[in-house]
Design a protein around this ligand. Structure first.
Ligand code: PLP
Length: 390
């Protein structure tokens, strides 16, 4: 009954782990869930209040397909203030989450057989979304020793005649890597030489540590602005994963096509959630700063604690809320790879985490620290015990 396309589709492995952990929890098993990709904090109160107000005011009908003007303006103005690049509202599309914006991009950009460069390790949805649009993902290796930074020379070697686009995600899920201006410029140079469209997933840009600040590749000059689609949203920075508001900033031609696609599929993102997202951008940023301080403390704890475990090698991530320890030393007779290790830890330690294989990097595990510090401490203790028992 199913289409070829549907049969080829693999459900998100990170969401699969999450639902498995939740199922165990429902059975009464005390599982610590470090598999999730969402902040454990509640959506800030002033944002929830804006949504309540929207409902009270009857702001509950269809809005323009690509989002209300006030939100588009707030998105463009925020980007202008932070990155110094101007976008008009016609160059902004609001979608049902950043994931939806990404989906729309691949659908309107790719012809059958077009190739998209995706650095490893990658966020799980990129290859699937590319394939759904008839494209072919081309994976570009990076080196752990270089912090998984994409090397311009390696990128160049993977560019064939059918390559159309490059996906960048910084700060990265799963590694936490980000790029400074010089590293970004080196990559951008190669992309420009080959006329690539750059899909720049910047959903974690607000979650950077150690005083680092985010540089968008779209800010490196007018040529790059013309070739880049910036993707972002409120899910991660404002603890708003369930509200489903994300967006894209890019060339008008692309945004227009994405809006048309949206008009024939989802229509507008939820009216109430758009008002909440507007408040997130325009309102006080103190809750974000508080969340960031807490993430930072957890990050430091977790890296140090994991490095004390035999077989774990973990570097300090620069952003997002994941650590990505190298666990290859544990593989061999007992575990064939990250999937078996993750399964063992779920069953034996009752800690849910994501095998690196899901991100194209089997030598690793991904642990989210969007969980209370006390829980992280319990999780590490349990992992240590489970490793001693095997
Ligand atoms: C969470 C995440 C997204 C999707 O965010 P939504 O706005 O909730 O759809 C996109 N890209 C990466 C890398 C993510 O981790």
């Amino acid at each position: 009954m199913l289409s070829e396309r549907a049969r080829r589709l693999r459900p998100s492995p990170t969401l699969a782990i999450d639902s498995r952990a939740k199922a165990l929890k429902a059975q009464g098993v005390d599982v610590i869930n470090l598999g999730v990709g969402e902040p454990d904090f509640d959506t800030p109160e002033h944002i929830k209040e804006a949504a309540r107000r929207a409902i009270r005011d009857g702001f509950t009908k269809y809005t323009p397909v690509g989002g209300i003007l006030a939100l588009k303006e707030a998105i463009a103005e925020t980007f202008q203030a932070e990155q110094g690049v101007h976008y008009t509202p016609q160059q902004v599309l609001v979608s049902c989450g950043a994931k939806h914006s990404l989906y729309n991009i691949f659908q309107v950009l790719l012809q059958e057989g077009d190739e998209v460069l995706i650095p490893i390790p990658y966020w799980v949805s990129y290859p699937e979304q590319v394939a759904l649009a008839g494209g072919r993902p081309v994976f570009v290796p990076t080196a752990r020793e270089e912090g998984f930074r994409l090397e311009p020379q390696v990128l160049r070697e993977h560019i064939g005649p059918r390559v159309k686009a490059l996906v960048l995600n910084y700060p990265s899920n799963p590694t936490g890597l980000t790029y400074d201006r010089a590293a970004l410029e080196a990559v951008a140079q190669v992309a420009l030489e080959h006329g690539l469209v750059i899909i720049s997933d910047e959903i974690y840009e607000k979650l950077l540590y150690d005083g680092l600040s985010h540089v968008s590749i779209a800010s490196l000059g007018p040529e790059l602005r013309e070739k880049t689609v910036v993707v972002n949203g409120v899910s991660k920075a404002y603890a708003m994963t369930g509200w489903r508001i994300g967006w894209a900033l890019g060339p008008e031609e692309l945004i227009k096509a994405m809006t048309a696609l949206q008009s024939q599929s989802t229509s507008n993102p939820t009216s109430i959630a758009q008002v909440a997202a507007l408040e997130a951008l325009r309102g006080p940023q103190e809750p974000l700063q508080q969340m960031l301080r807490e993430f930072d403390a957890r990050r430091r704890y977790l890296v140090e604690a994991l490095n004390a475990l035999e077989g774990f090698r973990c570097s300090l991530p620069q952003g997002a809320f994941y650590v990505f320890p190298h666990t290859q030393a544990l593989y061999g007779e007992r575990f064939s790879g990250s999937e078996e290790l993750a399964l063992y830890l779920l069953e034996q330690a009752r800690v849910a985490l994501v095998p690196g294989a899901a991100f194209g990097a089997d030598g690793h595990l991904r642990l989210s620290y969007a969980t209370a510090l006390e829980e992280l401490k319990r999780a590490v203790q349990r992992i240590a015990e489970a490793l001693r028992a095997c």
